[in-house]
Structure formats: C-alpha cells, structure tokens
Design a protein. Structure first.
Length: 217
C-alpha cells in the first residue's frame, strides 16, 4: 500500500461524502496535504492532524473547497487584470502555464519593487487582483497590492501568516508536484467559471504540463 493510499484510507469518513474536484488520492500523491513542522494560529483551522515528530497535515477537503472559491473569485476579473506571482522556482512553470491558459499576467523570479506602484518603470502593470504562490517569498508583491488596494489570493502552507491576504488556499506551496496540481486545478476551475469550458470540461493538458522539470546533472 502506498503512502497516499494509506492517508486516503485514514481520512475521515465524511471526506467520501464531499464531492471533490478530483479523487482524493490525486491530492495525496502530489503531496498537497503536506505542511511544515510549524503551524501558525492563522492556519490552525485548516489542519487535519499532526504526525508524530512530523509535519502538520493539511485538510484536503478545505484545500479543495478553497480552490473552488478562489477560482470563482478570480473568474470575476478580466483575464489580463489578474497578476500571478512566484519567486519560488517550483512555481515558475505552474504560474506561466496558468497565465498562458487563462490570460493572466505571469511574474516569476525576483519581483521588482515598484512593479505595481511606480508608473515610471517599464515593467509597471496595474492588476486588479493578485495571486501569489508563497506569501513568505512573494511578500513584496503583497505589500504593493496592499498599497494599491487590490485583493490577494495566496497558496499558503501551515507556517503562513495571513496578514494582507484576502483569500487563502491551504496547501503545500513548496513541492513541485503539489504546485503543478494546484495551478492545474485553479486553471481548470477559472475557465469553467468563465464558461470557456463546460463545468465538467477538461483542460487540453494534464497536471504534468504545469510541473517544473528537474534537470539531472
């Protein structure tokens, strides 16, 4: 029995009665539920359990629920007014693919100060909503979003503080496969909410297309 199957078997019976976006094992195999060894007061409501001497485990049901809410929220905005940000390397490909398929603006790597606040900069943009991969490393983008008064949607792990974050998606925001799956789901749900694809429709690519590839030397 795989670790994902074991986790799925041990999940509360109520999980089976909730219609998830994907089978729960897809979440578990991608490690979406794996948190850190720290849990802030802000994040305690999203925790399923803590493993003995291990990381906190995120409640996948709440992750799934928040992805649905976030997608519905993001779909209200003009595609080009959504800025998706990742300073974390494993978020580069997921963010770019999300932007490619939804029409959002992707900002990966170092976030240049003034991107949202200094019109004199050549890369200045005026987003209406911000989506960040990890508040800990995307802090500059969040600070500037707060200054210009736009909402922030963030993928947050168990060690996150939710200051200046309007909508939190509890999930593993450090893993390659986890970020790929989360952004794939967000992309699919945003396009469903916009009516670009049917509410049961699928993307032309799977989560693998959102995954950052590792170069073996």
């Amino acid at each position: 029995m795989s670790m994902a199957e074991d986790e799925g078997r041990n999940y509360p019976q109520g999980a089976a009665s909730i219609e998830l976006l994907i089978p729960i094992n897809m979440y578990l195999e991608a490690g979406v539920h794996i948190g850190t060894h720290m849990c802030t007061q802000h994040m305690s409501r999203f925790i399923y359990k803590q493993k003995p001497e291990g990381p906190y485990v995120i409640d996948i049901r709440k992750t799934d629920e928040r992805i649905k809410i976030a997608a519905k929220f993001l779909a209200r905005y003009r595609p080009e007014s959504v800025a998706a940000v990742s300073a974390r390397q494993y978020g580069f490909t997921p963010v770019r693919k999300f932007a490619e398929l939804t029409g959002a603006k992707a900002i990966v790597g170092r976030f240049i100060p003034g991107t949202f606040t200094n019109p004199r900069l050549k890369h200045y943009i005026e987003p209406e909503v911000l989506l960040v991969t990890d508040p800990r490393v995307d802090q500059q983008a969040i600070v500037e979003a707060s200054k210009i008064g736009i909402p922030v949607v963030a993928i947050v792990s168990t060690d996150a503080k939710l200051s200046d974050i309007d909508l939190a998606i509890p999930a593993n925001n450090k893993g390659r496969k986890s970020l790929a799956l989360i952004y794939w789901l967000l992309t699919r749900q945003v396009l469903r909410e916009r009516g670009v694809i049917d509410m049961k429709g699928e993307l032309p690519v799977g989560p693998d297309a959102f995954e950052t590839k590792v170069t073996v030397r």
